[in-house]
Structure formats: C-alpha cells, structure tokens
Design a protein around this ligand. Structure first.
Ligand code: NDP
Length: 342
C-alpha cells in the first residue's frame, strides 16, 4: 500500500518496547504507519515524532486521548503501557472510535479483559492482542508440524521462558501495574505458545510458586513459577518461568514418532527449528530453515489487514481473555496447592 493509504496508528506509551522494537518495525510494515504518539513525557515524544516523521501536533497526553476522535488520520491505537493501564487506554481509544491493538498481557485480570471486549464491541472497533509469536514464521511452522500428524500425536511439551531481572525499581514488580510477576510477563509465552502448538485448551492446571526468601522485589509478585497443563487430547505441557534464572526461551515437543525443538521460540529473533523423526527404525535429524522476518512487522500488518478488510484478527480480545482465565486458575492452583480443573 502507498504510505498515505496505510492504516494510521497512534502509539500509546514510549517505553523500551516501543522505542526499540515497535517503532523500528513500522519501517518494515507494508500496511500501517505511525501517525500519532501518546505519552506522559512531551519532550521525549517530540524527539520521537521528529525521528519518525510524525506531526508534532499529533502528540497527546494520557488524559487527552478523547481528543484523538477529532483526528481522522488516527484510525487505530497500539497500547504499549504497563499491563494495569491497558484497560483504561483501550476504553479511551474505543470511545474515540479507534481500533485497538494491545500488548500482552491483555490486562491485569479477566474482568478487565471482558470490559475491553465489551467496550470495543459497543464502539464497533476491532480489538487484537499482540501475541507476536503467533505471527512468527518458525512458531507457525512448529504448530503446523505438531498438528499435521506427520510425527504422530503430541505427548509432552516443555516450554521455558526465564530471564534475570535487575532492580526492583520498576512497574513489573508492582502488582497494581503488572497484575503479577513472571507469569503474565514472560510465562504467558509458554501458556499461549503451548495452546497455539496444540490448537486446544487445557482442562486442568497444576502450579507451584517459589519466591526467594527476604528478596524485597518479590513482595507483591512471583519470581519463579512452574505449571503443568493437561489437554483433552492427552498431551501434557510442563512450563517454567522465572525472573531469577539464566535466560532460556525454548520449546520442545515430543510426539509419538519424533520431536520438534524450537530454540529461541519466544525471543525477538534467532529461532532455530530442529526435527527428529523415526524412519525405518532410524532416527533422522534435520533443521528447518526459513528466511527470518520481523515478527512485530508481521503482527502489525495482520492487524492492519484485519482493520482495512473488516476481518477478525487471529488473536482477538477473546484470546487474551482465555489466557487471563487460565492464569487465574494457575495462581489458584499455586495458592491452594492442588490441581485446578478449568
Ligand atoms: P517500559 O517500562 O519500558 O515502558 C512503558 C511505558 O509506558 C513508559 O515508558 C511510559 O511511556 C508509559 N507509562 C504510562 N504510565 C506509566 C506508569 N505509571 N509507569 C510506567 N510507565 C508508564 O515497559 P515495556 O515497554 O517493556 O512494556 C510495555 C508493555 O509491553 C507491557 O504491557 C509489556 O508486557 C509489553 N511488552 C511486550 C513485549 C513483547 O515482546 N510483545 C516485550 C516487552 C514488553 P511514556 O514515558 O511515553 O509516558
């Protein structure tokens, strides 16, 4: 699409993800362009607007989002603020008549997620949750192979998303802004990833939380969590997430007649997909090579395509809501020390 015909997007929140990933990815987008910024720091916003050719008159504060209704260049917003603010920002955008692309996790709770879905439905705008891995090509190929039957039925999945966090001086360890610790922030990739690989939803969860004793950072949210998901097909997933363990973002799927290993499954880049398969009693190993593409650009273009052609996104609000319901069951299981049926 010619640049002036691309979907005009207002970016809400100019933090690390916006500055380092999302705005640069717009340069590779074919269907969308940034046309406005919403920020609590006007000076930073002016510098960013200049860098990306955005009209400085299209800079808004968080309490000025209603004014976006008067700017017809803004057709949609991309919400990239702390999780606990997603609901308010989505409601404000819907009220201004703008379509909504919202970062994961969708909100802090399933109740907030439901409000967002209702508000967007009432306003007649699209709502998509930015599950970037569902637009990433190696993840898509792994899901296709898992569900194709070529390697038999899937039995066990291991999904790990860990990284070491620094200081406690950040919204991620404040429950009101984050909704939780490692689980909604990075463990969510394991949960959503496993559901995507299998194409089904778990019927039972079992979880345990471990927090380092006396660590002030983990007074409000969890540091380390392991959880098991049982699926109707008989598959089981073991997931682990932590803010205190050396980085690992891998997924491994063991099927009846082979296995799939997706290295850096949840990372921004560096995916590698290995397949092991039994053929005539011999194990054959191969690596699947795909030309890497910017997954943020693919995700943004899917959203833009859905808005421009009036289609439901692959990861609508209901997908985010389902993960919130499951995360609530996971927390309940950890609290009560028992498996929880969904
Ligand atoms: P940052 O802390 O780096 O940035 C958040 C931005 O939100 C701030 O810079 C600020 O922008 C704005 N903001 C508004 N109100 C507040 C507040 N009360 N406290 C702090 N910031 C506020 O966070 P990230 O960019 O890492 O994360 C933002 C969102 O993106 C989260 O929902 C997170 O889960 C998600 N995320 C998704 C990733 C992915 O791979 N899809 C990876 C990383 C994060 P300003 O100064 O302009 O007002």
């Amino acid at each position: 699409r010619a640049p002036e015909k691309r979907l005009g997007v207002a970016i809400v929140g100019l933090g690390r993800l916006t500055l380092n990933q999302i705005l640069p990815a717009f340069r590779q987008s074919q269907l969308a362009r940034p046309v406005a910024l919403v920020s609590g720091h006007p000076e930073k916003a002016r510098a960013v607007a200049e860098q990306y050719g955005i009209d400085p008159a299209a800079i808004y504060g968080y309490d000025e989002m209603a004014r976006m209704a008067e700017n017809s260049e803004i057709e949609a917003v991309y919400i990239v603020t702390p999780n606990g603010l997603h609901r308010d920002h989505a409601l404000a955008a819907a009220k201004a008549g703008k379509h909504v692309l919202c970062e994961k996790p969708m909100a802090n709770t399933s109740a907030e997620a439901q409000e967002m879905i209702a508000a967007c439905r009432e306003a007649g705008v699209r709502l998509m949750i930015a599950y970037r891995c569902q637009y990433e090509l190696f993840n898509l190929e792994t899901a296709r192979l898992t569900q194709s039957g070529e390697l038999g039925a899937p039995r066990i999945i291991h999904a790990t998303n860990t990284q070491v966090h620094g200081s406690g001086d950040q919204w991620r360890v404040r429950a009101a802004l984050s909704g939780g610790g490692a689980l909604p922030d990075i463990g969510l990739y394991c949960l959503n990833g496993v559901r995507t690989m299998l194409g089904e939803d778990p019927t039972e969860v079992y979880a345990q939380i471990v927090n380092p004793v006396g660590d002030e950072r983990y007074k409000e949210v969890e540091e380390t969590l392991s959880f098991t998901l049982r699926f109707p097909s008989g598959a089981i997933a073991n997931c682990a997430t932590s803010y205190g363990a050396h980085e690992c973002k891998n997924m491994e799927i063991r099927l009846e007649k082979g296995s799939l290993e997706l290295e850096n499954a949840f990372a921004y880049q560096g995916q590698r997909l290995y397949v092991a398969q039994l053929q005539d009693g011999q194990e054959q190993m191969s690596e699947i090579r795909l030309a890497p593409q910017n997954q943020f650009a693919l995700e943004i273009d899917h959203f833009a395509d859905c808005v421009l052609h009036d289609r439901t996104p692959n990861t609508p609000g209901e997908e985010g809501l389902q993960d919130h319901l499951l995360m609530e069951a996971i927390y309940r299981s950890a609290r009560e020390g028992v498996p929880v049926k969904i």
